[in-house]
Design a protein around this ligand. Structure first.
Ligand SMILES: [Zn+2]
Length: 135
């Protein structure tokens, strides 16, 4: 069963498929008060925008964001990254190094998305073991 009619999305949310982050996702949309949003769940979250496996995977994710903006008039795109993301397959010496890595990934992804969709606000969201950070 589906809801009928068109809608305007409160946000487009790029999120990792990692089920360990699912409670964080539910908290995120609840805290934001979103009722209509377009979740785009892909392994690595923003990874395919910052350090893509290949051009096709990057274009696919970009196309999903574009459709959300075009079809559902989303005005904000949230880009999510998280600690211990298996899509990256990285091991870090310490938490600070790990957080710095994901912050750089998110900043690169945001710069890219903002350059493609200049009329949309792009916000980074990092989910860590200690909590979440948004900027
Ligand atoms: Zn992940």
């Amino acid at each position: 069963m589906t809801r009928e009619g068109h809608y305007t999305a409160d946000a487009t949310i790029v999120w990792c498929i990692d089920n360990r982050t699912w409670p964080g996702f539910l908290d995120f949309v609840k805290e934001k008060g979103f009722s209509r949003f377009d979740p785009i769940m892909v392994a690595g979250g923003v990874k395919e925008l910052s350090t893509p496996e290949n051009g096709a995977s990057k274009e696919f994710l970009l196309g999903q964001i574009e459709k959300s903006i075009r079809l559902h008039k989303s005005k904000v795109v949230y880009l999510m990254g998280h600690s211990a993301c298996g899509a990256y397959g990285k091991h870090f010496e310490d938490v600070a190094t790990e957080n710095d890595f994901y912050i750089k990934e998110l900043d690169a992804a945001r710069a890219f998305v903002a350059s493609i969709f200049p009329d949309v606000k792009v916000v980074n969201f990092l989910l860590t073991r200690e909590g979440s950070h948004e900027w």
